[in-house]
Design a protein around this ligand. Structure first.
Ligand SMILES: [Zn+2]
Length: 213
């Protein structure tokens, strides 16, 4: 039993944080219920993510354990870190964790890494806090889940299918013709430089459907 445990521990190293290994609706294993909650929040909102992707800064790839934030949102180039042990009971663990936390944050700042920090208290109102931090970090609003996604949910698409086209889900439906919409940037006029959703059929059908962001 001891040997088996040793082997298992080698293959599946114990989680580095407090937490129970948990499985997300995407069927991937994460280190804690809290991370699962964040992962599933992202999935449900049609936000694509990668779990524990190393930070890349230009040609440098930070492979150290400390430089793998919990989630990366490739559509926004934003990382998400859950600081689960910030308020852990034992003083020495808390001090060690907080000093690592400060070091990591300094690195992110230094390399201009866009980071959303989530703390244990935030899990209660994750939706609100996530939208707020996203806007602070990126300077834009996180697109709300589209009407199309909700309609598809009612039509009974199963969640694995829904997971396969997260990116598609994140885009709304054209209010004029029902086609998919694509993110565009206004080139002219008073809104020049601002992003908006435009009908994917334009200019093919000259459909004028747009949704301002
Ligand atoms: Zn249209």
């Amino acid at each position: 039993m001891g040997l088996l445990n040793d082997i298992l521990t080698t293959i599946f190293p114990p989680p580095k944080q407090y937490g129970t290994l948990s499985v997300t609706i995407r069927a991937e294993q994460v280190k804690s219920h809290a991370e699962q909650k964040i992962a599933d929040f992202l999935s449900r909102n049609g936000i694509r993510y990668e779990y524990e992707r190393p930070i890349e800064v230009g040609i440098w790839i930070f492979n150290e354990e400390l430089c793998k934030p919990d989630f990366y949102l490739p559509d926004y180039d934003v990382y998400v870190e859950y600081w689960g042990m910030k308020d852990v009971e034992e003083g020495y663990k808390r001090r060690e964790y907080r000093s690592k936390m400060a070091w990591k944050m300094k690195q992110y700042e230094r390399y201009d890494v866009k980071l959303i920090s989530i703390y244990p208290d935030n899990l209660k109102n994750l939706d609100w806090i996530f939208h707020k931090r996203f806007a602070e970090v990126t300077g834009r609003e996180l697109p709300r889940k589209s009407g199309r996604t909700m309609k598809e949910g009612i039509n009974g698409r199963d969640s694995s299918q829904a997971q396969n086209d997260n990116r598609e889900q994140a885009s709304p439906v054209c209010p004029k013709c029902g086609s998919k919409m694509v993110m565009r940037r206004a080139k002219h006029g008073s809104n020049a430089g601002k992003s908006f959703w435009g009908c994917s059929q334009w200019p093919k059908t000259k459909c004028p459907g747009i949704i301002n962001i």
